[in-house]
Design a protein around this ligand. Structure first.
Ligand code: FBP
Length: 255
């Protein structure tokens, strides 16, 4: 078994996701959060168990950290190995591999991530790349987090609650150590996701910004499901007070 010690605390995980600059672009950002250095500060002082970035940010803001490499590196870095923009809106999604496990390791990553769009016509290509990432990372004792997101024409209009459980299972079958899942909408469906993931741990993404109370209520449900935590981005760094919200979330996740 690959150890998750470097990206968990007492078996629980709270990751700060900041790969949206590639995935969504400037529409997600304000003056307060467009600067990656601000996000690193939230991750560091908020004691996140990992911060998720693409290689460019890892290189320019961690290796050459604006406020000291040593300090920045105290937050475990999880490098997202594949990604795509949202500018191409035709056809099914494919997220190409953009960074190797070795490159990620050289940039200080302690874990790597990869998105599989389950149900996409390019699913086979992504499961194959994912399998290669798992092979490579596990040979180097690095945990792999699979973003297992149902997406594409074949799954449009279908019951995503069930497909999410299938997607989590695919993560287990392919060797993911953690699967990062979107909240399927209710506790029972999420429990099914956790059950299907088996010994692969589950973290749940935050999604688009919501009212703080709604977001925290969902976090409580997530922690009742057997998931080990959350990988949240916009709900934190788009908050008017990311540190105060982080504190509330810490209490829910780590109890
Ligand atoms: P959020 O908490 O901001 O939703 O981040 C989670 C995440 O999975 C990111 O890692 C990723 O960039 C984004 O959501 C993908 O969003 P989309 O649903 O648009 O593909």
């Amino acid at each position: 078994m690959i150890s998750l010690d470097k990206i968990t605390k007492e078996g629980k995980a709270l990751f700060l996701a900041y790969d949206q600059g590639l995935e969504h672009g400037p529409t997600d950002f304000t003056d307060e959060n467009a600067d990656p250095a601000q996000i690193i500060k939230i991750a560091l002082y908020g004691e996140y168990t990992g911060v998720i970035v693409h290689k460019g940010i890892a290189e320019k803001y961690f290796v050459k950290a604006p406020f000291g490499e040593e300090l920045a590196r105290k937050t475990p870095i999880i490098i997202k190995l594949n990604g795509k923009t949202n500018l191409v809106t035709t056809g099914d999604p494919y997220s190409p591999l953009l960074c190797t496990v070795d490159e990620a390791l050289a940039l200080g990553a302690v874990a790597v991530g990869y998105t599989v769009y389950v149900g996409s016509e390019f699913e086979n290509k992504m499961t194959q790349e994912f399998a290669e990432v798992v092979r490579d990372a596990h040979a180097k004792n690095i945990p792999v987090i699979g973003w297992m997101y149902p997406r594409g024409k074949s799954v449009e209009g279908k019951d995503h609650k069930e497909i999410s459980a299938y997607a989590a299972r695919i993560g287990l079958e392919l060797g993911a150590d953690i699967v990062k899942m979107q909240y399927p909408g209710d506790l029972e469906s999420l429990k099914k996701v956790v059950e299907m993931a088996g010994k692969t741990k589950v973290v749940v993404s935050g999604g688009a910004k919501e009212e703080e109370e709604v977001f925290l209520d969902t976090a409580k449900i997530i922690m009742q499901s057997g998931a080990i935590g959350m990988a949240v981005g916009r709900n934190i760094w788009q908050s008017p007070d990311p540190m105060a919200l982080t504190k509330k979330l810490q209490e829910i996740v780590f109890g």
